[in-house]
Design a binder for this molecule. Structure first.
Ligand code: HEC
Ligand code: HEC
Ligand code: HEC
Ligand code: HEC
Ligand code: HEC
Ligand code: HEC
Length: 425
């Protein structure tokens, strides 16, 4: 399955004439055009285009709008870009890594694998994948405005000044579906983001608070930065409501403890951003729908885990435990990986210390590395790399250190829930 995907993406590369040099830059065909650019021809054909907006190629099949299908021609599991936004994953040739924005259909729950066996379906997303001419309203935005939410509502395929081609002025296909309409110009449209380790196991540094201006360009009312906004009625379109502010230092939260704080903030200020609590594309977080009619609303953690990660109000004394373990195959012949699942979000440093785990069974002498999933933050799952090889059908027991390995409440792993025995695949 993966081989076919690779061959297909190579074919797409050849058809589109993308050079390897173009792939090495993260912005790909988006922007930085010279006066004699060839880039336009990667997407457009002048007289004989196959799809709307003069797109040269035939769109991937599906009921989604034309723009979604144009972008996912390249940004999918079989497309030529490293970024598969359908599945929220980065394909670096031999591994899959979680993207920082999340996916529109599914997301990886275990990284580093080349098979799709560990994907989870998203529980909420920005619905940029609806059919042509489906108009939506913006929660916390102008009720007068309804538009087609598409990839190009947020990104300009022709590039912008920031690392994610986010538009400095939000223009959307308007209520009548006949013209572009300006929603809002972002004050200081230059959102500064740094992509670390691009197109592989990457992470994002938000260098300022302007991503809040970006989200707030549509969700106007939710962009509250005044001290004590939560005690004051505020809002442009829906007044008479109180709102949690953003743009202040997370460290100012009552109960905040840096050692157990895992959510992303701005750097170096440590300010609370919309993307501190929310993914930009989609999430696999679980919430009990009976409690929250709104569902998982792009949240980065299950239920209201985000609140506790900052405020740490009186927490449960029930210690975390291992709830599952199984051998995990990075490739068909792989015999030295195990996935261990806890029932709690784990603290990164202790969970990633290989010496905190022991494994007993035929052919295995210990653990050489431990990686919290995905991207080392917010994980309940640890991928262990073993010294030696597992034997199919043999029984193995994993034991976790009960004094050093802790969850985000700072509680050590329970001595009645620190071992798990499994039979190797
Ligand atoms: C990655 C694919 C891609 C590349 C490369 C690309 N375009 Fe586009 N272009 C699109 C898409 C998708 C649309 C329709 C959606 C939109 O406008 O955001 C579009 C729309 C346009 C439009 C109409 C809307 C507008 O912005 O005025 C023009 C003109 C245009 N492209 C010119 C160009 C030129 C010139 C180049 C080369 C410098 C180029 N495009 C390169 C994908 C691309
Ligand atoms: C012709 C193929 C192609 C199409 C069509 C395409 N992209 Fe891309 N895109 C790329 C490549 C190649 C990269 C560079 C990253 C990489 O190496 O894969 C990229 C990168 C990006 C990035 C990351 C930019 C960065 O600098 O990190 C964004 C955001 C993006 N594309 C959005 C879009 C959107 C939105 C659309 C549809 C309007 C689109 N792309 C259509 C090929 C494409
Ligand atoms: C509501 C706005 C919004 C929409 C709609 C949207 N994006 Fe994004 N996208 C973002 C933001 C914001 C980021 C950067 C988030 C971060 O790094 O935390 C991003 C990041 C990306 C990236 C970089 C890799 C990643 O996932 O982190 C790519 C590629 C991309 N988007 C493509 C797309 C494509 C293709 C679509 C349509 C299928 C789309 N986006 C729709 C806001 C949006
Ligand atoms: C171009 C306008 C636009 C921008 C920019 C935008 N959004 Fe949205 N957002 C929408 C619309 C429209 C909806 C509701 C429609 C939908 O998703 O079907 C929505 C819905 C949401 C939801 C609720 C999803 C749900 O499951 O109900 C959240 C949370 C959200 N946005 C957060 C963000 C964040 C965080 C950012 C910045 C990274 C952002 N938005 C940027 C237009 C936007
Ligand atoms: C401190 C965490 C946090 C921050 C920061 C945050 N949100 Fe939310 N957001 C939530 C939670 C939790 C929900 C679920 C509903 C609720 O509790 O109000 C939510 C819900 C939403 C919704 C869905 C509609 C609704 O009100 O239920 C949108 C849209 C949204 N947020 C946008 C934003 C934008 C835009 C920003 C930045 C200006 C932002 N959020 C910052 C936690 C946060
Ligand atoms: C990233 C850190 C962070 C997260 C996550 C977070 N908060 Fe806060 N919260 C703060 C900070 C900092 C303040 C102080 C704000 C101020 O000075 O205006 C605050 C203030 C508050 C206040 C007092 C508001 C007022 O103006 O009276 C309440 C209530 C609150 N948070 C509840 C929550 C809830 C509920 C959640 C989960 C949806 C949450 N917080 C998530 C950082 C956070």
């Amino acid at each position: 399955m993966k081989k076919i995907a690779l061959i297909f993406s190579l074919a797409v590369l050849l058809v589109l004439g993308l050079s390897t040099a173009a792939l090495a830059a993260t912005n790909g065909p988006h922007g930085g055009f010279t006066t004699n650019t060839a880039s336009c021809a990667q997407c457009h054909k002048t007289h004989t285009a196959q799809s709307s907006h003069l797109i040269l190629f035939a769109l991937v099949s599906g009921s989604q709008n034309d723009i979604y299908r144009t972008c996912t021609y390249c940004h999918s599991s079989t497309g030529s870009s490293h970024y598969d936004e359908v599945d929220g994953e980065i394909k670096d040739g031999s591994n899959l890594w979680a993207t920082s924005a999340g996916g529109f259909q599914s997301m990886p729950t275990v990284e580093g694998a080349t098979s799709y066996t560990t994907m989870a379906t998203v529980s909420s997303k920005h619905n940029a994948d609806q059919a042509n001419n489906t108009l939506v309203a913006i929660p916390g935005g102008s009720s007068a405005l309804k538009f087609e939410l598409r990839c190009d509502s947020c990104h300009d395929p022709h590039g912008t000044q920031n690392a994610r081609q986010l538009v400095p002025t939000v223009t959307v296909w308007n209520t009548l579906g006949t013209a572009y309409n300006t929603v809002s110009t972002i004050p200081n449209g230059a959102i500064s983001m740094t992509v670390n380790n691009p197109t592989t196991n990457e992470t994002i540094t938000y260098n300022d608070d302007h991503i809040n201006d970006f989200c707030g360009a549509c969700h106007t009312d939710y962009l509250q930065t005044a001290v004590n906004s939560g005690s004051t009625q505020s809002g442009t379109y829906t007044s008479g409501l109180y709102r949690h502010r953003v743009g202040m230092a997370a460290a100012g939260a009552s109960g905040y403890n840096a050692a157990y704080f895992a959510l992303p903030t701005s750097s170096p200020a440590g300010d609370v951003l919309c993307v501190t609590c929310h993914y930009a594309h989609g999430t696999t977080a679980a919430v009990s729908s009976t409690t929250y009619a709104n569902g998982s609303t792009l949240l980065r953690m299950d239920e209201r885990g985000v609140c506790q990660d900052c405020h740490r109000k009186t927490f449960s004394t029930s210690q975390p435990a291992v709830v599952a373990a199984s051998s995990y195959q990075v490739s068909a012949t792989d015999k030295n990986h195990v996935v261990l699942a806890f029932n709690s979000y784990m603290e990164k440093v202790s969970a990633q210390t290989a010496g905190n785990y022991t494994v007993t069974g035929t052919g295995v002498t210990g653990v050489s590395s431990a990686q919290l999933q995905p991207n080392g933050v917010l994980g309940k799952t640890v991928l262990l790399t073993l010294n030696g090889s597992l034997t199919t059908g043999s029984s193995y027991t994993i034991t976790v250190n009960t004094t050093t390995v802790k969850d985000l409440n700072g509680l050590a792993v329970s001595s009645t829930g620190n071992t798990f025995t499994f039979s190797s695949k």
